[in-house]
Design a binder for this molecule. Structure first.
Ligand code: ZN
Length: 253
C-alpha cells in the first residue's frame, strides 16, 4: 500500500469509517464511491444510479482501512458535484441560510427584549391599590391557571354551569367576572387563593392560609364552629324525627 502511494501520490486516501478527523483519510460522509462500468454497446446508460455515473471531479482513491484496505477505487469527493452530492447545499445557499437565521435570531431578541422593557415600565407605573382593569387581568390569569379540581369548585360557587357543546367552565367564568366591579374582583382573587385551603378537610398543615386570613379579618373560628355544630345537629334531629315518623307509620300499617 505504501508503494502504491509512493508511485501514485495523487491518490485520494479514503476510510471505511463514516466520519473522520481533519487530515485523516476521508470518511464515507465526504465521498461517494463510484462503480463505473463500461458503457454498453447499445448505449443504455441514461438511467444509471448516481454512483455508476462518472463526473468531472471523479478521482482515483485508495482505501486506507477496513476489509478493502489497499484497494484502488473511483470516488467523487467534491461536495459541489450535482451528480453525486445533490443534497449538499451550495456555499452561497449555506451563507444565505446563515444570514437569514442570524436575522431571525436578532428579530426575536429585539422583540423579547422590548417586551421585557415594556413589563419593567408597567411595573414602574403601577400603584396600590390595583385599578379595576388590573384586578380583572389578575383574575383572568388565575382563572386560566386553575387546577383541574378547582375549576368545578369555583364554577359552582359562582353559579356558572358549562353545558354540553358550550364554552368550558373556565371560559364562562372568565366571561362572567368581566362584569364584576372592583370589590367583587378583590373578593374573587382572595377566594381563589383560599380555595384549596377552604376545601381541604384536614387542617393539620402548618401554613393554613385560610386560618391566617381568618385572623386578619377577625373571624372567630371557634364561635363559627359551635354554630355549625348546632346547625348540623338540628338537621340530623329533623331527619331522625321524619325517619321515626315514617317508620311509625309503616309499623302501624
Ligand atoms: Zn461527482
Amino acid at each position: 500500500m505504501k508503494r502504491t502511494l509512493e508511485t501514485k501520490p495523487q491518490l485520494v486516501q479514503i476510510s471505511a469509517a463514516w466520519n473522520s478527523r481533519v487530515g485523516a483519510p476521508l470518511g464515507r460522509n465526504q465521498y461517494v464511491e463510484l462503480e463505473i462500468k463500461k458503457p454498453k454497446a447499445n448505449g443504455t446508460s441514461t438511467k444509471l444510479p448516481a454512483n455508476q455515473k462518472p463526473c468531472e471531479k471523479m478521482a482515483e482513491a485508495i482505501v486506507m482501512d477496513g476489509g478493502k484496505r489497499g484497494q484502488l477505487v473511483k470516488v467523487c469527493a467534491d461536495p459541489a458535484c450535482r451528480v453525486h452530492h445533490p443534497n449538499t447545499p451550495s456555499p452561497q445557499q449555506v451563507e444565505r441560510e446563515r444570514a437569514e437565521e442570524r436575522k431571525r435570531i436578532e428579530k426575536e431578541k429585539l422583540a423579547i427584549t422590548t417586551r421585557h422593557r415594556i413589563l419593567a415600565t408597567i411595573l414602574q407605573r403601577v400603584s396600590a391599590p390595583l385599578k379595576k382593569a388590573d384586578l380583572l387581568a389578575v383574575a383572568h390569569y388565575l382563572i386560566g391557571h386553575l387546577s383541574y379540581s378547582q375549576v368545578p369548585t369555583l364554577a359552582k360557587r359562582h353559579k356558572v354551569e358549562a353545558k354540553k357543546d358550550s364554552a368550558s367552565a373556565q371560559e364562562l367564568l372568565a366571561k362572567q367576572v368581566g362584569a364584576y366591579d372592583e370589590s367583587e374582583l378583590c373578593k374573587l382573587l382572595l377566594e381563589i387563593s383560599l380555595l384549596d385551603s377552604a376545601y381541604q378537610r384536614s387542617t393539620a398543615s402548618s401554613n393554613d392560609v385560610l386560618m391566617d386570613a381568618a385572623k386578619r379579618y377577625r373571624v372567630d373560628a371557634e364561635k363559627l364552629q359551635k354554630a355549625v355544630a348546632v346547625e348540623i345537629a338540628a338537621t340530623r334531629n329533623k331527619k331522625t324525627k321524619v325517619k321515626t315518623k315514617l317508620e311509625g307509620r309503616t309499623t302501624a300499617a
